[in-house]
Design a protein around this ligand. Structure first.
Ligand code: ADP
Length: 471
């Protein structure tokens, strides 16, 4: 089922809450008014009863017939609308005012009248409030019942209820209209943001959502979305640049292969010329294969941990294996290669091949950007809960302003020189990708012309494994 819009839902909530508030208010007010009207009527009845009691006590010794006569005279003249009934408990004689003659009240046992009783009665078509009270005057005990017609009070209550019933729907409709308008007004910027957001695509990622200055959640929302757009834009730019750089780097060796083959085929040549051409083609195709391999490694680093085969491994063993291979390279290049590795095993959780690649990249660079006589130093130490691999060389070094950029993809400090040495500027980016994936860090310290020191830190496994690791 399609959900209602937020604006409509807010309005419905508003309506429901308003309806409930109106109901509680209306019913509450009606009861308070009713109670007040009854209190006033009861007070009037109480006063009348007190008057009558005084009257009866003043005439406690006169015969009943005379009392009746006086009552008729006094009460009927005073108020022709009186509703009075007095019954003498002892002799049963009863005085009733005119209306009650026609609508007699039911008899009331005296023992039920410990204290005055107030009650509502309907006589004929009329409503009354009655007080029933026991009065003692000398030898006589009377049960006195006085009525107060309630038609005015009932009318007032009916009027009040009518007003409520009339005004409640009007108020409700007005309130829901105002509620709808308010919610629409409040949510209008969200609609505007959504409209702008819909127009943003890969082609106009530099566009931004309208800047709101409302100082509320909506401003925070638009600011957050704009920040997110900025991040997406820079990631998008990085990818576009990367694709352009990668295509460029791939095009160069392929163009060289093409040219070499074309030149060789232009006319017939002797075997040595063909061999030379084929060798050149081999060099370039190796370079292409290496580049593709590096691009794949980067893609693997980007895709997150799934591409890795994480297991516990001993860094000392891993570095010893690499060092053996690089010692041969050092002697070929006439460079001094020293290694200082921890004697104790240093177990880490990591991908063996990926970590080996990191070490190879750093050592390759250390030899590449170095010249004879020079040195390369590889060390592995245990520092707190981390293992630290250091590759130090005595080569050309890296200027300070370049140091933050060398980890970027395709970044080379000396473009011509790096390319001649076979690098396309992906090695350190790959190394950083792998190390970060394995919760480590890589840093560089260097001064131009004074060699460079690369440091890789990896978290050690919390409880060192005592027995040898499986191969
Ligand atoms: P490349 O394949 O070009 O070596 P890297 O990403 O490994 O790419 O290195 C990026 C750049 O950083 C290199 O082009 C080089 O200029 C510089 N660099 C890396 N390692 C060293 C080092 N040990 N000494 C001097 N410069 C280095």
């Amino acid at each position: 089922m399609k959900r209602l819009s937020i604006g409509l839902r807010l309005t419905l909530w508003y309506l429901a809450i308003f309806l409930l508030a109106e109901l509680i208010f209306g019913v509450g007010m009606w009861f308070i008014l009713r109670q007040n009207l009854y209190d006033i009527a009861d007070q009037a009845l109480k006063d009348q009863a007190a008057d009558l009691e005084r009257f009866l006590q003043a005439r406690q010794n006169i015969p009943t017939a005379q009392l009746e006569a006086e009552l008729s005279e006094d009460y009927k003249i005073e108020s022709s609308e009186d509703y009075l009934q007095i019954s003498d408990v002892a002799d049963g004689s009863i005085y009733r005012s005119r209306f009650l003659e026609e609508h007699p009240l039911p008899p009331l046992p005296v023992d039920e009248l410990g204290k005055p009783r107030y009650e509502n009665r309907k006589l004929g078509k009329r409503r009354f409030r009655f007080i029933s009270k026991k009065m003692v005057a000398g030898q006589h005990v009377y049960i006195v019942q006085i009525g107060h017609p309630m038609h005015e009070e009932v009318e007032t209550l009916d009027d009040f209820r009518r007003y409520l019933l009339w005004f409640a729907p009007i108020l409700l409709v007005t309130a829901s209209g105002v509620g709808y308008w308010l919610s629409h007004r409040a949510l209008a910027p969200v609609d505007a943001l959504a409209r702008t957001a819909r127009t943003i695509s890969g082609h106009n990622l530099s566009s931004r959502l309208e800047k709101l200055n409302t100082g509320d959640e909506l401003q925070r929302l638009s600011d957050t979305l704009n920040e997110m757009l900025a991040r997406i834009e820079s990631a998008f730019l990085r990818i576009t640049e990367f694709t352009a750089d990668a295509s460029h780097e791939l095009r160069t060796p392929i163009a060289l292969i093409h040219t070499e083959a074309e030149l060789a085929l232009r006319r017939s040549r002797d075997a040595s010329e063909y061999r030379e051409a084929l060798q050149q083609i081999l060099v370039e195709s190796d370079r292409t294969a290496k580049l593709i391999e590096e691009l794949l490694a980067l893609a693997r680093a980007d895709s997150g941990g799934e591409a890795l085969n994480i297991q516990s491994l001993d860094l000392v063993t891993l570095l010893k294996e690499s060092a053996t291979k690089w010692a041969q390279v050092a002697s070929l290049r006439n460079l001094q290669f020293e290694q200082r590795l921890e004697a104790q095993r240093l177990p880490v959780m990591g991908d063996k091949n990926a970590l080996r690649r990191v070490v190879d990249i750093l050592l390759d660079n250390a030899f590449k950007y170095n010249s004879s006589p020079g040195s390369v130093h590889l060390s592995l130490e245990h520092k707190g809960d981390r293992a630290v691999i250091t590759v130090q060389d005595s080569g050309v070094g890296i200027a300070e302003e370049e140091q933050s950029k060398i980890f970027e993809r395709f970044y080379r400090v000396d473009k011509a020189r790096s390319r001649a040495q076979g690098g396309v500027g992906l090695g350190l980016a790959i190394a950083q990708g792998i190390v970060t994936q394995q919760r480590g860090s890589i840093t560089v310290e260097s001064r131009s012309g004074n060699g460079a020191t690369f440091r890789v830190e990896l978290p050690l496994i919390a409880t060192p494994v005592r027995h040898p690791l499986p191969a």
